[in-house]
Design a protein around this ligand. Structure first.
Ligand code: DOR
Ligand code: ZN
Length: 352
């Protein structure tokens, strides 16, 4: 197959940042995706519907400035709230009343990742909030990693599932939960064993790489993300979940831009930028697995079906035609290193 046309896809997990950084990255996502779930881990975090709506306006302004009337001009950001110990049932009701502009709430265990300091330290005190979310049909998006410093960094996801998520799932069967950017066979199994209210997003980088990438000939901080890349057997479990056709697995890039200076540092930030070639990279994974016919379900159908949103009307065409990724992309006053910098990607896109 040298050409594949699919329903225009969506990105169900994305970091767009703010200000100049936002302007630098927005066109990459809008060129490929109809919608994206925008993460709220700004500084300060997006904790109210008013914050989320103001952030949405900044995204739309950046889109207009960068894309104008061109392809991607109709891109829609779907906003999220950052869950804290102070989040109330009134906040959840405000999400439900936001006319589809704010669509989910994001749970960061405090200290788990970039700008997660204001996150959650215990789940039980939020019981009423989770009940309100279930009642209002607002999904909970979970960064599923234990923050216990004694837990090995490669075991943090499986430890969080056993230590927190099992109990949450049991107590709130009606709550829609998306376990974000899953990285382990244990997470795949956890989703498979659950009912239709549980789903997971999978990134392109976790499908393409195992943890050897971080240590290839030296320490490669460009491959540092959270949850961290895992062993090959886990990567294979992710590929099998993504390409299985199971509607509970769908596309979420977790594209997370950082300036090169913050990545190439003695204490490098977590995050991999993939928005510049996102659907093309997923196409490579699906092709390698002999499952290109399942890319559309994963990228364009399963996500909106889970969120109860219509599938996109337009299409995106992938053509087999290799191109070379830039060594660096402008990022405000700095540059960022995109995944595959200076190397080839096998597919090209056009949108209609
Ligand atoms: O690698 C990551 N980067 N993982 C996250 O959970 C956060 C993200 C970011 O915001 O940079
Ligand atoms: Zn993320």
């Amino acid at each position: 197959m040298d050409e594949l046309t699919i329903t225009r896809p969506d990105d169900w997990h994305l970091h767009l940042r703010d200000a100049d950084a936002l302007e630098a990255v927005i066109a990459d996502t809008a060129a490929r995706f109809g919608r994206a779930i925008v993460m709220p881990n700004l500084k300060p975090p997006v904790t109210s519907v008013a914050d989320a709506l103001a952030y949405r306006e900044r995204i739309l302004a950046a889109l207009a400035a960068r894309v104008g009337e061109g392809p991607g001009a109709d891109f829609q950001p779907l906003m999220t709230l950052y869950l804290t110990g102070q989040t109330s049932t009134a906040d959840i009701e405000a999400v439900a009343a936001s006319s589809g502009k704010v669509v989910a709430v994001k749970l960061y265990p405090a200290g788990a990742t970039t700008n997660s300091e204001a996150g959650v330290t215990a789940l039980d005190p939020l019981d009423e909030v989770f009940t309100a979310m279930a009642r209002c049909g607002v999904p909970l998006l979970v960064h599923g990693e234990s923050t216990d410093p004694s837990v090995d960094v490669f075991d943090r996801e499986s430890s969080f599932i056993a230590g927190s998520l099992d109990r949450l799932r049991e107590r709130h069967a009606a709550l829609k939960i998306v376990l974000e950017h899953i990285t382990t066979a244990e997470a795949v199994a956890w989703v498979r064993e659950a009912g239709p209210n549980t789903a997971a997003t999978i990134t392109a980088h976790h499908l393409l790489h195992n943890r050897n990438a971080i240590f290839q000939g030296g320490l490669r901080s460009d491959f540092y993300c959270l949850p961290v890349l895992k062993r090959e057997r886990h990567r294979q479990a992710l590929v099998s979940a993504a390409t299985s056709g199971d509607p509970r697995f769908f596309l979420g890039t977790d594209s997370a831009p950082h300036p090169r200076s913050a990545k190439h540092s003695a204490c490098g930030c977590a995050g991999i930028y993939t928005a510049h070639a996102a659907i093309e990279l997923y196409a490579e994974v699906f092709e390698e697995a002999g499952a290109l016919d399942r890319l559309e379900g994963f990228a364009s159908h399963h996500g909106p079906d889970f969120y109860g949103l219509p599938r996109n009307a337009g299409t995106l065409t992938l053509t087999r035609s290799a191109w070379t990724v830039a060594e660096a992309l402008p990022f405000g006053g700095e540059v960022l290193t995109p995944l595959r910098a200076g190397e080839q990607v096998r597919w090209k896109i056009s949108v209609s």
